[in-house]
Design a protein around this ligand. Structure first.
Ligand code: APR
Length: 260
């Protein structure tokens, strides 16, 4: 396993032979992403030095009982995050992943993020393991409400009288089965499995890294610090995603031009 550290020479100068070979042969690529890929869009991550969980308590904001106990507080939290997300734009990391769609047979995004930035960057084949902050549904009849909600009379309610909640996966809840299974199949079939901007501590999402590894995929980590899964990666870039991913696209494009 080779490390590209933060002060490394030209970003891809020291690329390992193994990774270069994998890149030239790969057909199916997966990008497994976390909050770190949206950090350069101005959206705070959850853990680490300036992480949201330093200021707020997930058990008070991101679980079903907290919502039933205090729906106003939980909606205040999600509306605060929605405001940040609505002002955010996809960054060079998201855009590079979208561009990779033209460079491989199949590119799949399996994201833990709820900010919709991969879709806004142009990525098509996306599995959202933790939901999407732009969608909402009634906790009683499960009717979806995807337009802007009316908070003028307090917490929005469904026509059936049930409370409306954000369509995001809270701690202790199951992941949407179709999204998880889609991500799992992509992980198993991948030639290269990029792990981008995630602390890889939240399961079952993080288990997909081990599923990919076990299936023989080449694991590439892109993170500004080492994580719990760095030891099982075949290549690690200790760089911002918005810097290294565009470099990989540039390398691939020059490689393809030379090999036409
Ligand atoms: N480029 C790459 N990685 C970055 C960058 C960057 N510019 N900035 C930060 N990181 C890394 C951090 O070093 C950290 O390892 O991104 C990671 C973010 O980790 P978390 O904040 O734990 O976010 P994530 O892994 O997505 O959390 C998983 O936990 O709270 C729940 O549901 C929430 O989906 C979330 C899940």
């Amino acid at each position: 396993m080779s490390f590209q550290n933060l002060n490394s020479p030209p970003l891809l100068g020291g690329l390992s032979e193994a990774f270069l070979h994998k890149l030239s042969q790969a057909k199916k690529i997966v990008f497994f992403t976390g909050a770190g890929i949206s950090a350069e869009s101005g959206i705070p991550t959850f853990r680490g030095q300036y992480g949201l969980w330093k200021k707020f308590k997930p058990e008070e904001l991101a679980n079903y009982n907290a919502f039933i106990r205090n729906p106003e507080l939980v909606w205040e939290w999600y509306n605060y995050r929605k405001k940040i997300i609505n002002q955010a734009k996809p960054n060079d990391g998201h855009l590079a992943i979208a561009q990779m769609q033209g460079l491989f047979d199949e590119v799949t995004v399996v994201t833990q993020n709820i900010d919709n930035l991969h879709r806004r960057a142009g990525s098509k084949n996306i599995f959202e393991l933790h939901g999407n902050i732009e969608r909402n549904y009634c906790i009683k009849c499960h009717k979806y409400y995807n337009e802007d909600l009316d908070f003028s009379n307090g917490v929005p309610k469904c026509s059936c009288g049930g409370l409306i909640r954000p369509d995001v996966v809270w701690f202790g809840e199951y992941l949407p089965q179709d999204q998880f299974e889609g991500g799992e199949t992509a992980a198993i079939q991948s030639d290269i499995f990029f792990v981008v901007g995630t602390s890889a501590v939240v399961y079952p999402a993080a288990n997909l890294i081990h599923v990919a590894k076990k299936a023989g995929s080449f694991i590439v980590e892109v993170n500004v610090e080492e994580t719990e899964i760095s030891s099982i990666c075949d290549e690690s870039f200790l760089r911002e995603a918005g810097k290294i991913l565009p470099e990989i696209v540039k390398h691939l494009k020059s490689f393809n031009n030379k090999n036409i």
